[in-house]
Design a protein. Sequence first.
Length: 197
Amino acid sequence: MSMFNQPTSSGGFFKPADANGHLILVTAVHEITQRYDDLRKKDMDNAVVDLVDLDDGGQELQERVIVSHPALVNRLSVGGGLTLGRIGQIPTQSGFQAWALLPFQEGVDDKRAEQWVHAHRPTFNQAPAPAAAPAPAAPAPAAAEVPPGVNPTTGEITTPPPGLTPQQYAAAQQNPATAALAAQIPAQQQPQSEPPF
């Protein structure tokens, strides 16, 4: 078996009339932007999403599909996680029917969607899993272990440790570990190329 997935259907517009009554899983909402609609003669919200029609035989993930129907778009949010619903129609104030993402049947539709998610998890972008509990932090060194002139929390050199020459201090600023080691050497053991400050 190949390590690569075949390309999925991508791009284009989502046509709710072709999916009337179908269970739709939106796996990612990439963006919601304004786009001029020739029919309505004004800017309308459009969402760019990844989705799968769970009632379509292939159940293929369609990536970066544009959703332009307001009653669909207003039920999506960028970074909102997985969204599940059935395509249907709702009446508008003007008396027309609008395509919308309607609620799914709990205990039935969500179980089907979970099965798809578990079977296809590596192939789609989903919200990151909760981070594992952080490893216990190493105990902070005791104050006596930290050389003078070195910040005990960051290891950053704050003042020249006693006995360091200007060259040693300049080198230590580039490498805090060097400063920590140099500060531990008594002043009389360190080579003196210049007088200390």
